[in-house]
Design a binder for this molecule. Structure first.
Ligand SMILES: [Zn+2]
Length: 283
């Protein structure tokens, strides 16, 4: 069975996101648990958390993925910012765990003002503190690959490899693959050979079993453009062939596919989800 969902809004009450995912026919979903462009202002009420968990169970949405806000930067070389990130990230992780969420996805961060090495070292230090301060939490942290624009780290999997090794292969850390980012970072995944090469590299660097979530997006930008702009499934350079290779790949049976395609309304999600379902060869 294809585990397929999309990014849904959690506007209003957080549990309303479950209804939105269900109405789109999703069996997994990704949400922001709070405003992604602000510092943390409030925590969720116990009642809202309970209702969320009840609905997730009833509607069989599994896994649930939360995306970390854009304001946080694990790689930041500014000390004050680094500290705020550790504090807010830890609070977000604890809240995700209370929500019963399986995965918390984060971008590795930007090393603006410093070197790649220093940025990677900062990510490791931040994650060490976060893991230490949240012992017993079951929600896993998934580190996403990036397009490599600006000073963003994580555009090649040797970066994730370094982080995982420094964290002694903690089972609390995994990988999220964004297909549009991979294309922009130079992975030619519009055909089977390119998909094989990408999966081989992931397996060699971090192990495919670490790959839990795939952000399934197309992009109109050129290969290796380092530009992060998502497009509708099949409308970009990855195309339906690349997408089909990924969703039907025998080594990705365990992964959850989540769309982050452009949308003005539900009809956009429904159209994209429908294209993916038609490309799927299984039951
Ligand atoms: Zn993504």
């Amino acid at each position: 069975m294809l585990i397929l969902g999309c990014q849904v809004s959690s506007a209003g009450k957080i549990y309303e996101a479950v209804d939105r995912a269900k109405s789109l026919g999703c069996n997994t979903m990704q949400i922001f648990a709070r405003n992604p462009r602000q510092w943390r202002k409030s925590t969720l009420s116990k009642e809202d958390i309970e209702l969320f968990k009840e609905k997730v169970k009833k509607e069989k949405i599994n896994p649930v993925v939360v995306h970390i806000p854009y304001t946080l930067n694990l790689a930041s070389i500014k000390q004050r910012f680094h500290k705020i990130t550790i504090r807010e990230f830890s609070q977000d992780l604890l809240e995700a765990d209370k929500l019963g969420v399986q995965y918390l996805v984060t971008h590795p961060g930007s090393h603006k003002g410093g070197t790649e090495e220093k940025g990677l070292e900062n990510i490791v230090q931040a994650l060490k503190k976060i893991l230490k301060g949240t012992k017993g939490v079951e929600t896993k942290i998934l580190i996403e690959n990036t397009a490599g624009s600006g000073r963003w780290l994580g555009y090649k999997f040797s970066h994730q490899k370094f982080i995982f090794e420094e964290l002694k292969q903690s089972p609390r850390i995994g990988l999220c693959l964004d297909t549009a980012h991979a294309w922009a970072a130079g992975y030619k995944i519009d055909e089977a050979d390119g998909v094989e090469a990408l999966l081989c590299e992931i397996d060699r660097e971090v192990g495919l079993e670490r790959l839990k979530v795939i952000h399934l997006n197309d992009t109109k930008d050129k290969l290796d453009s380092r530009r992060d702009k998502h497009a509708d499934i099949g409308s970009g350079n990855i195309g339906t062939q690349g997408i089909a290779c990924l969703i039907n790949h025998p080594k990705l049976k365990h992964a959850s596919f989540i769309l982050e395609t452009p949308k003005d309304g539900d009809e956009d999600d429904l159209r994209n989800l429908d294209i993916v379902r038609k490309l799927y060869n299984g039951e």
